[in-house]
Design a protein around this ligand. Structure first.
Ligand code: PBG
Length: 347
């Protein structure tokens, strides 16, 4: 018989050898915990479609932040669920708005042990659930003295006004920075949001506030459980501002544009269905690239595990490692604290 010249199995023969030749590693500091804070709660409220995830009260949020810090997690990303919403999302830039109150509380609790991050988007704060203001609800700044911007004919659904939304994002950014947020997650997918927010922050003296641009954020079904988590008021969809799932090149172009506008970090979201985009973005830019393992990815693994159809810990570890392997420098994951605990023993 002929013997194989190449024996790749040599490097798989024992846990010690496999550990030594593993190419990709995940450490707790590469994980960011997304957390929901709901105004007016005295006890945390479970989220049905995300077993194990809650809408926090201020107290339970502080505890979750401290636990994440103890586990070595790199950061926490805060999402606010206000009790009152309106057309322009007034609570978003109110210093007493729930997200800003929670930011101050978390910064006071953990100091610099976690990078404290805030979602910069209007969808949790508007009564129509869109990520921006709707045309006609506020005056639109018009470039070059032009009339109101016109859309292509045949557009369906309410029109989210890009430039009027930028004005709101600028105010929200300054309020979040004043509350002590170290890093703002620009998740609204408005054109020019990075440049506008950077300019407003700099003018207010917040030159050190870090900007994470959700550069390639795809529209689709994987945000379903999140919408329950923030009591979303959305009817319709976000396809006029989030990316079409078929478009990889467009995702790369968004990332390159955001870096040119001043983004310090760019994001690809969701993670698992878009690992190709993640790899291409990683190759196209030289800033850190993050990925968001979103609520739908969480719900799928939790649901299959609950049925006994999949090994929970194995699946979570493999999903996180795959996202790292595709190019993510850090990952937003609802399992951040739990996975950080496992990582101490090696995934
Ligand atoms: C927008 C935002 C969303 C998510 C994070 N930021 C919702 C959306 O675009 O509808 C989704 C995160 C997830 O599904 O886990 N503020």
């Amino acid at each position: 018989m002929t013997f194989p010249t190449h024996r790749p199995r040599r490097l798989r023969q024992s846990p010690a050898v496999r550990r030594l030749v593993r190419e990709t590693h995940l450490v707790p500091s590469q994980l960011v915990l997304p957390a929901f804070i709901r105004e007016g709660l005295s006890e945390p409220l479970p989220i049905g479609s995300m077993p194990g995830v809650v809408q926090h009260s201020l107290d339970s949020l502080r505890r979750a932040a401290a636990e994440a810090a103890d586990a070595g997690v790199g950061g926490i990303m805060l999402f606010g669920v206000p009790s009152v919403r309106d057309a322009v999302g007034s609570a978003a830039d109110d210093p007493d708005g729930i997200l800003n109150v929670a930011t101050r509380a978390v910064v006071a609790e953990v100091g610099d042990a976690l990078v404290v991050q805030t979602d910069l988007c209007l969808d949790e704060f508007t009564d129509h659930g869109h990520c921006g203001v709707l045309r006609g609800d506020v005056p639109t700044p018009t470039p070059h003295g032009a009339g109101a911007p016109r859309g292509a004919s045949g557009r369906v659904g309410p029109a989210v006004d890009n430039d009027a939304t930028l004005v709101r994002y600028g105010a929200m950014a300054v309020a979040q920075a004043e509350a002590g947020s170290h890093l703002l997650g620009l998740s609204g997918m408005m054109d020019g949001q990075v440049a506008h927010v950077r300019a407003e922050l700099d003018a207010a003296g917040f030159t050190d506030t870090i900007l994470l641009a959700y550069a390639a954020k795809y529209a689709g079904a994987f945000y379903g459980p999140f919408r329950e988590a923030v009591d979303s008021q959305l009817t319709g969809d976000r396809r006029t501002y989030q990316l079409d799932p078929g478009n990889g090149r467009e995702g790369v172009r968004e990332a390159v544009t955001d870096v040119a506008e001043g983004a310090d970090i760019v994001m690809v979201k969701p993670a698992m269905p878009y690992l190709d985009v993640l790899a291409e973005v990683r190759a196209a830019v030289d800033v850190p690239v993050w990925a968001y393992q979103v609520s739908g990815e969480y719900a799928m693994i939790e649901a299959a595990s609950a049925h006994g159809w999949i090994d929970r810990r194995g699946a979570i570890g493999e999903a996180l490692l795959g996202i790292r392997r595709a190019g993510a420098d850090a990952i937003l994951s609802y399992w951040a604290t739990e996975a950080a605990g496992w990582l101490r023993d090696g995934l």
